[in-house]
Design a protein. Sequence first.
Length: 310
Amino acid sequence: MWFKNLKIYRFSKPFSIDNELLEKHLNEKSFQPCSSTQASSFGWVAPLAQPQNDSSMQLTHTIGTTTMLCVRLEERLLPSSVVNDALNEKLDSIQSETGRRPVGKHKQSIKDEVVLDLLPKSFTRSKRSYAYLDQDSQFMVVDASSNNKAEELVELLRQSLGSLPVLPLKTNTLPALLMTNWLKGNDLKDDFVIKDECELQESSEDGAIIRCKRQDLGSDEIQMHLNNGKEVTKLALNWNDSIECILQDDLAIKRLKFSDELLEQASNDGAEDAAAQFDADFNIMTGELARFIPRLIEVLGGEQKTATKN
C-alpha cells in the first residue's frame, strides 16, 4: 500500500465531508465487473481487503482526518492483431461472396461487430489505484504513474461527489529552476541531498535530452551542460534520510521510497494482523508525507494561487 508515485492536488476552497456521506456517494459508482460485451469497467473498491465472511464493504478507510480511497480498473485484453485477423477473415469472406471488399464506414461497421463478437471470449486484467484525502492539510494525493491516470481517479471522485474543488499543486518557483540551481551548487538545503540521477534538457521544445544514472552530478561534465543552458527536468533526491524520490519539473514525484527505519516501524506497529498492518503503513506513510509535502512547497517558494475549480 506504500505509495510509489505522488501527484499532489490542493483543495482550492475549504473541503470537508464526513465518512458516512462519502461512503454513500462512492457506493453510487462502486466497481462492477466487466459485462461480456464491455471493454472496461472503472469504479470504487475497498482500500482494505474485506474478510470473506464480511458482507459489508467499506469504500473508505479513515484515520483521523485522512481518508484512503481505491479505484479498480478492469480491462478486457483484445490485441489488435487478433481483431485484425478476424476482421480480414470476415472481409475476405464478403469479397468472395460479393466480389467487392468493404471499405470506409462499411468496413468500420464490420470491425465493430467483430469486436463485440470477440469481447466475451477475451481475458480480463485488473489494476488498482490509491489516493488519500487529507482534510486537515487540504491536500489530495494520488499514487499514479502519469497525469492521465491521476486525472481519471480525480474525475471519478468529482462525478461521485457532484463537485470537487481540487487543482494540481503549483508553486511560485518552477521545479526546473530550483533543481537546476541546486545542481549548480546554489542554495541547497540541509535536509535535501542530491543523489546520482538526473535528466537534463535544452529549453527548446525539441531540444536535446541527457539522462544520467549512477553518476557524480557535481562533475565538470554535468556543469558544462548546465552552463550551456540545459535545465534539470528530473532529479533524484533524499529528504531528511526518510524519503528518496525523483522530483520532476511538473512537480510529480516518482519512484518514491521510504527509509528502512520507517518500514520497520510500520512492520512492528502492524504485527497483529493484515488490518493492523494496513493502518500502520497508512498512518506512518501519510504522517511522513504530511511533513515532506509542505517542506517541498516551502523550498519552491510557496504555493501559487490558482482559480477555483468545482
